[in-house]
Design a protein around this ligand. Structure first.
Ligand code: OFO
Length: 184
């Protein structure tokens, strides 16, 4: 059973994950407008992953008898000064999210809520990956500088990223026949 404080804090994180999804979709649209299809695709996959992060946490709140509540999601920025500036923002954003997850873990430990601690461990590990992948992308685009060929090759490489659901996560538990991408 979640304490009401923990319930509120997890609801706050669902909101933060939804904001992340919004942010990356906005970045995807920025790259679409500039014809960087690979980067647009990478950001779109990232937006999908953030939605999964939100849903996984929502499922945890519901399954532990908590009550999900949905305050407004902030509007993300619409413009960035350059592709490099986008990735600087991605990296900084992920570092901020790591701080939010660590604060949730501190709260679960202070409340001796071992269930929530075990649940949050997945997010702690995920944030290590998020910082690694966004930091790696930032280093690459920084190294490309103003070299058009290097930026095009970065765009192409980034477009190879594939979306994967986390192991064991079911997006539509009440309708197992729904397959993402099957509807035309
Ligand atoms: Fe949900 O990890 Fe990024 O923000």
């Amino acid at each position: 059973m979640l304490s009401s404080r923990m319930n509120d804090a997890l609801n706050g994180q669902v909101n933060a994950e939804l904001y992340s999804s919004y942010l990356y979709l906005s970045m995807s649209a920025y790259f679409e407008a500039r014809k960087f299809r690979g980067l647009a695709s990478w950001m779109r996959v990232q937006a999908g992953e953030e939605l999964v992060h939100a849903m996984k946490m929502y499922d945890y709140v519901v399954s532990t008898g908590g009550r999900a509540r949905f305050p407004a999601v902030d509007a993300p920025p619409f413009e960035w000064s350059s592709p490099l500036n986008v990735f600087e923002n991605v990296y900084n954003h992920e570092r901020k999210v790591t701080g939010l997850i660590n604060a949730l873990m501190d709260m679960a430990m202070a409340e001796k809520d071992s269930n929530t601690q075990a649940f949050l461990k997945w997010y702690v590990d995920e944030q290590v990956e998020e910082e690694e992948s966004s930091g790696g992308a930032l280093n690459k685009i920084r190294a490309a500088g103003t070299d058009t060929k290097a930026i095009q090759s970065f765009d192409k490489d980034m477009g190879q990223r594939k979306f994967k659901f986390p192991r064991g996560f079911v997006m539509f538990p009440y309708n197992q026949e729904t397959t993402i991408g099957s509807m035309k």
